[in-house]
Design a protein around this ligand. Structure first.
Ligand SMILES: NC(=O)c1ccc[n+]([C@@H]2O[C@H](COP(=O)([O-])OP(=O)(O)OC[C@H]3O[C@@H](n4cnc5c(N)ncnc54)[C@H](O)[C@@H]3O)[C@@H](O)[C@H]2O)c1
Length: 262
């Protein structure tokens, strides 16, 4: 019997990195997965990775910034126990060089997307009697990072949004727990996208070089001496999704190799 047997879990941004790893980890624990993303090829690959190992998963093309896309995905569900708001956009630029569209894009994906998900999925989660929402924030939501003002603003907002909604749910007695995870440097394609306006560069050589630079930077910046893997965050997601965390709400789990310790 898995730790999430009988649960239905939806993960946004599940075509890649932390979202994919979290979906796979929850499926391994017996959950039925709804994986969503704007990247259809990657999302279908995640679905296939789960199904080919005996798990259950479906993929939906889903832009988290669009309210009607959320309504469409959720309308097909009879039940929902776990929502992982993971989709993210990160674009590095000093404020003086950050156009409004880039600022808005980060707020839109990282914050508006979480607002829509939490608001629209809440009735289904409450109906389940065991709802758990996990919002993926960041160490960049706990401290300022030069060149990431838009990203930091969006991730900090997600932390307090999480706490406020957790208290509303507790007061309503709807048995929905709401928590955030703040990852530090986790080796995923977002490292490469952030230097390219938030999009993947098409040039493989450039991708490899950017990944190597980010990996080297995270070695010196992380007390444990290396970047984390997506599975390090997925373990936290499984814990917050499961009954093991039934007395945990309104908190943030920092998974950062010690960055925030000093
Ligand atoms: N990797 C890190 O170092 C790190 C650290 C802290 C927080 N995070 C957060 O973790 C989450 C996952 O990021 P990752 O590192 O796995 O990056 P990633 O780039 O591998 O995955 C992000 C996914 O979000 C999807 N996405 C982007 N915009 C979307 C939209 N509008 N609608 C639906 N999906 C969309 C992308 O297609 C992609 O599959 C993000 O919220 C990110 O901000 C990452």
């Amino acid at each position: 019997m898995g730790r999430l047997s009988g649960r239905i879990a939806l993960v946004t941004g599940a075509a890649s990195g932390i979202g994919r790893s979290s979906a796979i980890a929850m499926a391994r624990e017996g959950a039925e997965l709804i994986v969503t993303d704007v990247d259809a090829a990657g999302g279908l690959q995640t679905r296939d990775m789960i199904v080919s190992t005996g798990g259950r998963a479906v993929f939906h093309l889903h832009d988290v910034t669009r309210e009607n896309a959320w309504a469409q995905v959720l309308s097909g569900l009879g039940e929902l126990h776990v929502l992982v708001n993971n989709a993210g956009h990160c674009a590095a630029a000093p404020l003086s060089e950050m156009p409004y569209e880039l600022w808005r894009r980060q707020l839109s994906v990282n914050l508006d997307g979480v607002y829509f998900g939490v608001k629209l999925a809440m009735p289904l989660l409450a109906k389940s009697g065991k709802g758990s929402i996990v919002n993926i924030s960041s160490v960049a939501g706990l401290k300022g990072i030069a060149g990431l003002s838009g990203y930091c603003a969006s991730k900090a907002a997600v932390r307090l949004f999480t706490k406020a909604v957790a208290l509303e749910c507790a007061a309503a007695g709807n048995k929905v727990r709401v928590n955030a995870i703040c990852p530090g440097a986790i080796e995923t394609p977002i490292w490469v996208k952030m230097g390219n306006g938030g999009a993947l560069p098409s040039d493989a050589k450039r991708y490899g070089e950017a990944m190597e630079t980010a990996r080297a930077a995270s070695v010196t910046a992380t007390p444990l001496g290396h970047a984390g893997a997506p599975s390090d965050v997925a373990s936290g997601v499984v814990f917050l999704a499961s009954d093991e965390s039934s007395f945990v709400t309104g908190t943030e789990l920092i998974i950062d190799g010690g960055v925030m310790a000093g």
